[in-house]
Design a binder for this molecule. Structure first.
Ligand SMILES: [Zn+2]
Length: 446
């Protein structure tokens, strides 16, 4: 289908759409981002590093590699030079360059620098050109200029440095809110953190719920436009309707070990589960009252080694039933269970699907999933793009892969007579722009 006149015409129309980017993780203010040391490896540090690890590469200093956005790679304790780093990564890159993540990198290199490939003769030049891009206005240059986004929904809570949220550029980013500081109070310092943040003692469930109400007031003042739940990285996403008594018992147990400083243990995730469930349901009560959409990570997790089955969207069915007024937004459309997610979106008026990140995790699967959704799900509940990146450079490449996928599927639907070309272009506008503006109140920015 790519290369045909029909595809080219639809792709050209899609390229003009001011896309709403449904999901990013840009944790640095631009000022802090520009302080980073960078080279070619910043193109590979996220997602592509998952593929590199999957291909057999080791990153002994993973946390440092992560924190420096791919700049510092240590082998046997020594930091590799630019040349050494390329030699180390190269054989693995050759094995991962054809994945969707690799495709996004190559698209971005071409668009940003006019360079066709990452290889022996380009890694130095790419590194120099990335350094030369690190100038003021880089964020607006990429998000507004290059990608032409109308809005960017940024998910940074739990990962961002203190004080950075307040300094983020509101002309570029809108924000979701995470509530793990309430559901994970069993972790060391969890209660104390909330006590400091809300300037009150917390000794029982009423205190905790009072602080939660205070948090919702603050989120409103900050203009947060949705809640975000990313628990699929830590537990299964089935939230039993645990009782207040069960939650209270957990909360009391949190204090019991602390009465004995020689036993610094805390509760495990499974022991604290009733409290976590209870608080999650109370958060959803508030979300329903305040008409806040709830974005939930469903499907494959990033970073190698996790429990895929924890992330399956069908585990959320009790929430879809209990909270009919909440718009549940299934991030990543529960890949690899996209067909199951499409059934859920068909069955439940309050469930929508989002192809964020899936477009590059598996371009072929995203096309199959979108085609299936268009046959199954009302088009007002399909959302076509979110980059899900921590640095801006691969966002354009990811957007381009998404545009290709969407053009491919729509051209196919036109060719088989399921819709006209005009209808296909209208659908592209809906899934890349209009649907998001119907569900999320982007104009509430503070
Ligand atoms: Zn994400």
């Amino acid at each position: 289908m790519p290369g045909t006149e029909l595809y080219n015409r639809i792709k050209a129309e899609i390229d003009t759409i001011q896309v709403v980017d449904m999901h990013e993780h840009h944790l640095y203010t631009e000022e802090d981002f520009l302080k980073l040391n960078v080279d070619f490896a910043i193109m590979l540090f996220q997602y592509n590093s998952d593929d590199l690890l999957s291909a057999g590469m080791t990153i002994p200093n993973f946390q440092e590699f992560w924190d420096t956005r791919g700049f510092v790679l240590r082998i046997d304790g020594s930091i590799l030079s630019l040349e050494e780093k390329w030699s180390y990564i190269k054989p693995y890159w050759e094995n991962v360059r054809f994945t969707g993540y690799g495709r996004a990198v190559l698209h971005s290199l071409k668009k940003l620098f006019g360079i066709e490939d990452l290889n022996d003769s380009t890694f130095r030049n790419i590194s120099d050109k990335i350094v030369s891009l690190m100038k003021p206005s880089i964020y607006s240059k990429i998000f507004k200029g290059l990608c032409g986004f109308k809005y960017v929904l940024n998910d940074i809570d739990t990962m961002v440095a203190p004080g950075a949220f307040e300094r983020m550029d509101r002309n570029i980013f809108h924000f979701v809110a995470r509530f793990r500081h309430f559901t994970h109070v069993h972790l060391p310092g969890g209660i104390e953190h909330l006590e400091n943040k809300f300037d009150r003692t917390i000794r029982n469930i009423d205190h905790l719920l009072d602080a939660l109400d205070n948090q919702f007031d603050r989120w409103k003042q900050e203009g947060r436009i949705a809640l975000k739940l990313a628990d699929a990285y830590l537990r299964d996403i089935h939230y039993e309707d645990s009782t207040r008594d069960e939650a209270e018992r957990v909360l009391r147990r949190i204090y019991t070990p602390r009465k004995h400083p020689v036993y610094p243990e805390t509760l495990s995730l499974s022991e604290s589960r009733p409290l976590e469930n209870f608080i999650t349901h109370r958060v959803l009560d508030r979300a329903e009252e305040q008409n806040l959409p709830v974005i939930i990570h469903t499907g494959i997790q990033t970073f190698p080694r996790n429990i895929l089955g924890n992330s399956r969207a069908a585990l959320l069915t009790n929430l879809f039933l209990k909270y009919p007024k909440i718009r549940f937004h299934l991030l990543h459309s529960s890949y690899p269970w996209m067909k199951e997610a499409a059934c859920l979106a068909k069955q439940f008026p309050n469930v929508s699907l989002d192809l964020t990140w899936v477009q590059v995790i598996v371009p072929e699967g995203a096309r199959e999933g979108l085609s299936h959704m268009l046959d199954t799900v009302p088009i007002n509940k399909i959302h076509g793009f979110g980059g899900d990146y921590l640095v801006p450079f691969n966002v354009w490449g990811s957007l381009e892969v998404a545009r290709e996928n969407i053009a491919h599927v729509l051209a196919d639907k036109v060719k088989t007579g399921h819709m006209t070309e005009t209808q296909a272009v209208d659908i592209a506008w809906k899934i890349l722009n209009r649907n998001a503006q119907e569900i999320f109140t982007f104009d509430n920015q503070v």
